[in-house]
Design a protein around this ligand. Structure first.
Ligand code: LLP
Length: 434
């Protein structure tokens, strides 16, 4: 039915399954909406990526931001994945999921001193510094804690990744990294700071890249930089190439991990460096569905609306990036079913709460289950409780088994962190007078 679905999500006997489990059974047990992940797809994606890099000295650090669920991190960690983290919270998650500190890298443009202290105390593999002030803080903290962290400098290669402008990171105007042409000066200053040794370079030019050429341009600049720095006596022996490989959402044809790995070998393979990779989306995107129930069908003045119980707070990608997610009925449509255009929307009070416009869909009725495909990356990860909707739960499937790996919060739990100040507990007249 859909090219967007991996083989682990398929119709059998007229119903959509996740591996061996009918989606409708999970919906009955967990309620909707929920995210549903396939362990087998995660494993297959991991093997494709790691297998392509075989032979290179590579540490593959799953970009936790794409899907921070503990069970997802742990599923990948058991296959050998490290973690790329961008906050203390993500670092704590990675450690809690059993990722060895020696396989964790810390990226990000604005790490706080507290985060740097926690990272150094945890003994992680590498910290990617993105600016001179950050290098200065790193040197101070390292001295105070008597640690010798492995630091890489993130460079900005000024290359257009040809992706959505909100997820492009390697242009000079973007906030990330140090201009690659200034790296030499920054490293010379860093060398003068006791307690700090920068032996690596890092880059990440953007996300959802569907073409190899931007990678080729960026890796070429990185190569030039390594050679120049080595000629000046800087012992660069570690390269972090970030993430960014795209996935098909609507018929795109992104490069395969194999083509990407070949490019790495050709452009950088002879430098004798240890590599770090930070893939996120390519490992988890197609391993996840967002499952929702149709609340009602509304005949609007100019179009039909399918109103479902998932909303922009559960999956924000369409609202934020105009992203396309395939939408499938969980009950297999009859052969030759007529398709009709509808807008698929959620209940949130914003017009932006629209998953798809004029989408051709088979007949749907109130109570039907639908699934949004390719939602395993940046789906639950970016969910919120806007409109006081409970944070969306997550389910992990493995063969015939499934488990709730994040529960839907109870209404009381959602209020539990809030406090009323004592003046609001007093009678209204007193507060006004005070
Ligand atoms: N490394 C760094 C330093 C990053 O900033 C990112 C993603 C990654 C690795 C992983 O990139 P990936 O392999 O997943 O492309 N919320 C957006 C995507 C934001 C990506 C941010 N950085 C979306 O839903 O499309």
């Amino acid at each position: 039915m859909s090219a967007a679905l991996p083989s682990e999500f398929a119709y059998r006997n007229g119903v959509l399954r996740a591996e061996e489990v009918p989606i409708a059974r999970i919906a009955d047990e967990v309620g909707t909406p929920f995210y549903c992940y396939s362990s087998a797809t995660l494993e297959r994606n991991w093997r494709a990526f790691a297998g392509a890099l075989a032979g290179l000295d590579a540490t593959i650090c799953f970009a936790v931001k794409a899907n921070p669920n503990l069970a997802v991190i742990k599923s990948l960690a058991r296959l050998g994945a490290g973690a790329d983290v961008v906050s203390e919270g993500e670092l704590r998650r990675a450690l809690a999921a059993g990722v060895p500190p020696g396989r964790i890298v810390f990226s990000g443009v604005g790490k706080t001193r507290r985060e740097i202290e926690f990272a150094l105390a945890s003994g992680i593999l590498q910290i990617n510094a993105e600016s001179e002030p950050e290098l200065a803080t790193l040197a101070e903290v390292a001295r105070a804690l008597r640690r010798k962290p492995s630091v890489s400098l993130r460079v900005n290669p000024d290359v257009d990744a040809n992706t959505h402008h909100k997820i492009t990171t390697g242009l000079a105007e973007n906030k990330f990294g140090v201009e690659w042409t200034r790296a030499h000066r920054v490293l010379a200053e860093a060398r003068a700071k006791p307690g700090l040794e920068v032996r690596g370079l890092a880059l990440h030019i953007g996300s959802q890249l569907t073409d190899l050429e931007p990678f080729r341009a960026a890796f070429g600049r990185l190569r030039d930089l390594v050679l120049l720095l080595r000629a000046e006596g800087f012992p660069i022996d570690r390269l972090d190439l970030g993430g960014g490989l795209g996935v098909p959402y609507a018929g795109e044809t992104p490069p395969s991990p194999r083509a990407y790995a070949d490019l790495v070998r050709i452009t950088l393979g002879d430098l004798g460096c240890a590599f770090v990779f930070e893939p996120g989306r390519i490992l988890v995107a197609d391993a996840g569905l967002l499952v929702a129930r149709v609340i009602l069908i509304k005949e609007g003045a100019t179009q039909r609306f399918v109103v479902c119980d998932a909303a922009m707070n559960d999956l924000i990608r369409p609202a934020l990036y105009d992203a396309h997610h395939e939408i499938l009925p969980v009950a297999e449509p009859k052969a030759g079913a007529m398709l009709a255009a509808a807008d698929v929307v959620g209940p949130v009070c914003e017009t932006g709460d629209t998953f798809a416009r004029a989408r051709k869909l088979p007949p749907l009725a109130a109570g039907d289950l639908i699934a949004f495909a390719t939602a395993g990356a940046y789906g639950a990860a970016m969910a919120s409780s806007y409109n006081s909707r409970p944070l969306v739960p997550e389910v992990l499937v493995r063969g015939e088994r499934f488990a709730l790996v994040r529960a839907r919060p109870e209404p009381d739990e959602m209020l539990a962190l809030e406090r009323l100040p004592n003046w609001l507990e007093e009678p209204a007249g007193v507060a006004a007078a005070g």
